[in-house]
Design a protein around this ligand. Structure first.
Ligand code: ASP
Ligand code: MG
Length: 404
């Protein structure tokens, strides 16, 4: 049995008119002899009658278990409306809830984790129907409580269901044409990526390129299921996300393309402790930060200084801790962290040099930096961050149109 999963987001299922575009993709899947598992989000965005945020606003005091019961109706209504219109189109189908489709979760209401996937019911249904419409964003717990997977969780449903039936593809249909090399609101000539790796996309998505939920990518990576992020409203197949092979890395290197994309994170604060601290002092500092539930990022520890960033809402707490320990420190709240992501940069000399040179030529200081195998992060002043992204995007050749 050849199976594909097609996930349609809120704007794709918002109206009768937009759903017609979804049906085209389902028809194409059927024409190619696939069984199609459709995963739907709730219809529309805030303000639309059955969108998740609208439902929440109807019962502002509801929490936990009852909130999940309420939120789950959004996807349920969406799936039934979708199913009915599919029938009208001559496409017979069956609707399943997340639980019926085999998403078994823990009891962490509103943010449930998936414990197990049981595809048997779906596989049985697919023997007698070609299309299943499954409600995204939800599951069921061992003790039959209806749960939801956290906001944006329909992407997670899609890759989890795809993994459970070993789908050939999980298509994430949305209102953009794919994952871009940078935010097009900042970089005018940002390009759509034709392909990228799970790893790169995790870095890009965590940093605010909000096209696909990072948890969904993690599941696809674990089961090695290819994802395509693509537009409901066009035939273009979008951005393919896979486990790119070493060979492809080499190809990318040969063409001098080391970066895949650039993103930024704001809302952070930089701290640099300028005191020469003993080991025990450092130990005390980090354990106090841990006890106060402060998560650190961009950490640089040397013999005579310790630098890190925290989310702005944790800044007061950090100031308190540093002051109590009598440590001299500097802080800056006008900073942006830029992430330069590219799986093929690992082991290549000169990437850092290019970053330093580009920023230097534009008079943009690097306030701090750190790196991993696939990403280099630099902290820059907020007012220069857009210029920095544009300059880096250009000097790494990301603005060259990619052949479609
Ligand atoms: N409807 C849910 C939300 O708005 C899940 C999703 O759309 O992915 O968060
Ligand atoms: Mg979403």
């Amino acid at each position: 049995m050849k199976i594909i999963v097609q996930k349609f987001g809120g704007t794709s299922v918002a109206s009768s008119e937009s759903r017609q575009h979804c049906f085209k993709h389902i028809r194409q899947g059927l024409n190619e002899n696939y069984k199609v598992i459709v995963v739907v989000s709730a219809m529309g965005r805030t303000g639309d009658a059955y969108a998740t945020d609208t439902l929440i606003s109807l019962a502002p005091h509801i929490t936990g278990r009852e909130k999940d019961l309420l939120m789950n109706t959004g996807e349920l209504i969406s799936a039934c409306v979708f199913s009915s219109e599919l029938v009208e189109q001559g496409i017979s189908n069956r609707v399943l809830t997340g639980g019926q489709a085999g998403i078994i979760t823990n009891n962490e209401f509103n943010e449930a984790g998936i414990l197990e996937l049981k595809p048997e019911r779906m596989l049985k249904e697919l023997e007698t129907t070609d299309v299943l419409v499954v409600t995204g964003f939800q599951g069921i717990s061992d003790n039959l409580e209806i749960t939801t997977l956290g906001r944006g969780g329909s992407d997670t449903s899609a890759t989890a269901l795809g993994a459970s039936v070993n789908a050939e593809y999980v298509d994430i249909f949305t209102d953009v044409e794919g994952v871009m090399t940078a935010d097009p609101r900042i970089v005018q000539d940002a390009q759509i990526l034709l392909k990228t790796t799970y790893n790169e996309i995790c870095n890009l998505a965590h940093q605010g390129a909000k096209v696909i939920h990072p948890r969904a990518v993690e599941i696809a990576m674990q089961y090695n299921i290819p994802i395509r992020v693509r537009s409901t409203f066009s035939d273009f197949t979008g951005t393919l996300i896979t486990n790119q092979s070493e060979l492809d890395d080499q190809n990318q290197r040969d063409t001098g393309q080391f970066l895949t994309g650039i993103t930024q994170t704001s809302g952070i604060m930089q701290f640099v402790v300028k005191t020469n601290m003993s080991y025990s002092m450092q130990d005390e500092l980090f354990s106090l930060l841990e006890d106060s539930n402060v998560s650190l990022d961009l950490i640089n520890i040397t013999q005579d200084s310790v630098g890190f960033t925290v989310k702005k809402n944790k800044a007061k707490k950090v100031e308190e801790i540093l002051a109590n320990l009598n440590l001299a420190f500097e802080q800056r709240d006008d900073v942006v962290k830029i992430s330069l992501v590219g799986a093929s940069m690992s082991g290549v000399p000169g990437v850092v040099r290019k970053i330093v040179h580009t920023l230097y030529a534009n008079d943009i200081p690097i306030l701090q930096s750190t790196d991993s195998h696939t990403t280099i992060w630099v902290l820059v002043p907020e007012e220069q961050s857009k210029d920095a992204i544009r300059a880096l995007h250009n000097s790494f050749g990301l603005d060259k149109p990619l052949a479609r």
